[in-house]
Design a protein around this ligand. Structure first.
Ligand code: GUN
Ligand code: ZN
Length: 428
């Protein structure tokens, strides 16, 4: 049993629905077998659990483990290419790198780099966009299980447009996916997601085969891309003349439900948003990627007003790294700058988007997303080195909300000293 004595920030009540930051300057979180069994003042916790090991975290700030709802495992070595829109970036940067994962040793090394990226950034749960190679998915799931993160992921499928080594057939995609589902879905903290790359590179039959996998395997997930870039959206409209819109290409294939997370959705129609709200599908908002590829301004206000769930994604490698603190502040910047009128965001909104909203999108809210009694202890401890600007900022912050804003403005993975999943350390 452990007592974590800390300054704790979390958002159990949604700031987009009138909630506010919950901040405790000195509270004891009692963790037994990975579960938070009490959250109380330190003297009471120490008296009641005199055998517990006390971990003093008062030098920094404890937050819930960060939750990344869109991050590409095979792209960790492709971060940082600048100056291209989506389709050029895919051709010149992402896809050449992704073909290399056909080599098992290469994929294994990339999986290690990727998982280190997640844990270093304080990410404890993620919807991970996988590889086109089943062998690369086996090595990824196996390493993710060893590290212990909460990972939902699956084989990426495409049968047109992309380089030949990345293409599959309907039959091959079904047999490989079903094998991966049988081996990994529900193993520990792992879950499977049917993952057509995007309708731009997947024909109707391939999409429908994914829908059949969803029907045959209750409880599995779906992830893909949606409405990211205007050329991509126009291309999908041309390829699927019978579909109502881009979203409908997934919907008519049986891929749209409450366990569906669609990345970007920068250019949605009102119908698409209404349909997403109706079925409970979520958008993964990837603000550094949207900026880097000049994809556009994410319509956060329209999502919230329509009742579509939104959480954050780093979109490695079109994004700029694994930090959801950076994604949070970039989301704020983009809302500030949006010429059509963005939604003003506070630091509590940013923390919610990076934690509790991700847990909701991944249907993990019963377990994680905040540090309340009953939840699993997934947490990140932010402790900047003495004298660093973030340490100075935290010391002189005018309020807890201000301190949290400084964490988003200045915090980096180097400031994340310790990370736990289910009470087990995964960093520090
Ligand atoms: N659409 C299809 N594939 C990708 C990808 O790898 N990254 C992004 N940002 N969008 C995509
Ligand atoms: Zn993506």
């Amino acid at each position: 049993m452990f007592i974590y004595r800390a300054r704790v920030f979390d958002t159990p009540s949604d700031p987009f629905a009138g909630g506010a930051l919950r901040s405790d300057s000195d509270v004891a979180i009692v963790v037994d077998d990975g579960q938070i069994i009490a959250r109380t003042d330190f003297a009471a916790a120490a008296a009641k659990h005199s055998d517990a090991e006390v971990v003093d975290l008062r030098a920094g700030v404890l937050i819930p483990g960060l939750i990344d709802t869109h991050v590409h495992y095979p792209q960790v070595r492709a971060i940082g290419y600048l100056g291209m829109p989506l389709l050029d970036w895919l051709d010149h940067c992402a896809l050449p790198e992704e073909t290399k994962l056909g080599d098992e040793a290469y994929a294994s090394a990339v999986a290690g780099d990727f998982l280190t990226g997640l844990t270093s950034a304080g990410t404890t749960s993620a919807m991970v966009f996988g590889s086109h190679f089943a062998s690369a998915m086996d090595t990824f799931f196996s390493q993710a299980a060893e590290v212990g993160l909460r990972i939902t992921s699956g084989l990426v499928t495409s049968d047109r447009i992309l380089p030949e080594p990345l293409l599959t057939s309907v039959e091959k995609s079904v047999s490989e996916s079903q094998g991966l589902i049988d081996r990994w879905h529900g193993q520990g903290r792992l879950r499977y997601a049917v993952t057509p790359r995007f309708s731009f590179s997947a024909g109707q039959e391939l999409l429908a085969a994914g829908g059949q996998l969803v029907a045959d395997n209750p409880g599995i997930w779906v992830t893909s891309h949606l409405n990211e870039n205007r050329d991509e959206v126009a291309g999908v409209a041309e390829m699927f003349p019978e579909a109502l819109d881009y979203l409908d290409t997934y919907d008519r294939a049986g891929l749209l439900n409450r366990r569906t997370i669609l990345a970007h959705n920068v250019h949605p129609s009102d119908r698409e948003l209404a349909r997403m709200a109706e079925v409970g599908a979520a958008s993964a908002h990837c603000p550094t990627s949207n900026s880097n590829l000049a994809s556009g301004f994410f319509p956060l206000r329209r999502h919230i007003e329509t009742g579509v769930r939104v959480a954050l994604g780093s979109d490695v490698g079109a994004g700029t790294g694994f930090s959801l603190l950076k994604e949070g502040v970039q989301a704020y910047f983009m809302q500030q700058l949006d010429p059509s009128g963005g939604l003003p965001l506070t630091s509590a909104h940013l923390l919610h988007l990076a934690t509790a909203a991700g847990a909701q999108a991944l249907e993990l809210s019963d377990e994680v997303g905040d540090l309340s009694v009953g939840k699993r202890f997934d947490a990140a401890y932010i402790a900047p080195a003495e004298g660093q600007p973030l340490a100075v900022g935290l010391e002189h912050a005018s309020s807890d909300e201000d301190a949290l804003a400084k964490i988003f403005a200045m915090g980096t993975p180097a400031d994340i000293a310790r990370v736990w999943v289910d009470g087990e350390p995964v960093k520090g």
